[in-house]
Design a protein around this ligand. Structure first.
Ligand code: FAD
Length: 301
């Protein structure tokens, strides 16, 4: 039986695993990949590599250490976690059952895609899912923000502080009735396209325009330097749904020491209700979760 199983190999899970190894815990990291969303990096024609710090650079030391320590990791997808007496059973996609005294869930959140032609091709080539990360790079640029919820309004709000022109493409505009939404509606550099839907993303080496269908059924093409698809995030918490408490968005609820409501289960990063989806936040949360799991295990070590 492992002391600790960490599920997820993004910034949160990698940091947890490295902390646990440092504390001499018998730990296993289970993940579909190493690096998580830091494997994605938005390329923009006017930004050179030296001008940004990539998430992958921040966590590369942790990732390469786990690549080297192959006894401490398995590249497997986890289906389910169950509690049996005082320990946990983690079931992988290929049917393997692994036991541990404590668990850290660090499986992140998946961005909701538009599923239109051109989206996949131009993802991270001018088209991206994190204005929170890349909004500040849009100085004096034309930017499109797509989404109908608070996340889209927040993203458009941030981008509008630096961009030359922002188009907000939304189905209903239901999230615009807030102070920020009202500011957007009256801003000179913001155009709200309510009732529009995206049909296609077009470009060359980079995304350059989107084709929209308007409320009257007519199509329209808008050119832009960047596009942010901000249609909320889906937390990958399904393997512990029914076991730990989730919030109304499906995120695992954790306290300030990354404990869930079930003793022995901890969680970190984008899969939790912690504020802000960012690499450095996930790294910090991963460290806290590992230290917290260590405190939990200490009486038995
Ligand atoms: C396109 C994009 C660009 C971004 N750019 C930046 C940036 O420049 N700077 C910044 O600070 N933040 C950026 N972010 C946000 C940042 O990447 C995330 O906040 C951060 O990666 C969250 O870390 P995490 O470990 O919680 O989750 P993730 O990075 O999502 O990692 C989750 C891990 O869990 C694994 N996993 C999921 N489900 C399972 C399962 N069932 N079984 C096993 N393993 C599983 C995944 O394979 C992955 O390894 C960006 C986000 C996106 C979407």
């Amino acid at each position: 039986m492992y002391d600790l199983i960490v599920i997820g190999g993004g910034p949160a899970g990698l940091t947890s695993a490295i902390y646990a190894i440092r504390k001499r815990l018998n730990v296993l990291l289970l993940s579909k990949d190493l690096g998580g969303k830091t494997n994605y990096h938005l390329a923009l024609p006017w930004i050179q590599d030296y001008q940004v710090i990539r998430g992958l650079e921040v966590i590369n030391k942790f990732r390469s250490e786990l690549e080297y320590l192959d006894f401490a990791r398995k590249m497997e997808s986890v289906e389910k976690v169950t509690k049996i007496d005082d320990h946990f059973v983690v079931e992988t996609k290929n049917g393997e059952k692994l036991e541990a005294k404590a668990i850290i869930v660090a499986t992140g959140a998946r961005q909701v895609r538009m599923d239109v032609p051109g989206e996949k091709e131009y993802t991270m080539k001018g088209l991206c899912y994190s204005a929170l990360s890349y909004g500040p790079l849009c100085i004096d640029r034309t930017t499109i923000v797509i989404g109908d919820d608070d996340l889209a309004v927040r993203s458009a709000g941030e981008v509008s502080t630096v961009a030359k022109q922002v188009y907000v493409v939304c189905k209903t505009g239901k999230a615009l009735d807030t102070p920020l939404g009202k500011k957007l509606q009256s801003a000179k550099n913001v155009t709200i396209l309510k009732g529009y839907e995206v049909l296609e993303v077009k470009g060359d080496e980079y995304a350059r325009s989107i084709v929209l269908k308007g409320p009257d059924g007519a199509t329209r093409e808008i050119e832009a330097d960047t596009m942010f698809v901000e249609q909320a995030l889906t937390p990958m918490s399904q393997m512990v749904a029914g076991l730990v408490k989730l919030d109304d968005r499906g995120r695992i609820i954790v306290d300030c020491a990354n404990r869930t409501n079930v003793p022995g289960i901890f969680a970190a990063g984008d899969v939790t209700n912690t504020y802000a989806e960012q690499v450095l936040v996930a790294v910090g949360e991963g460290a806290k979760a590992a230290l917290s799991a260590y405190e939990y295990l200490l009486p038995e070590l």
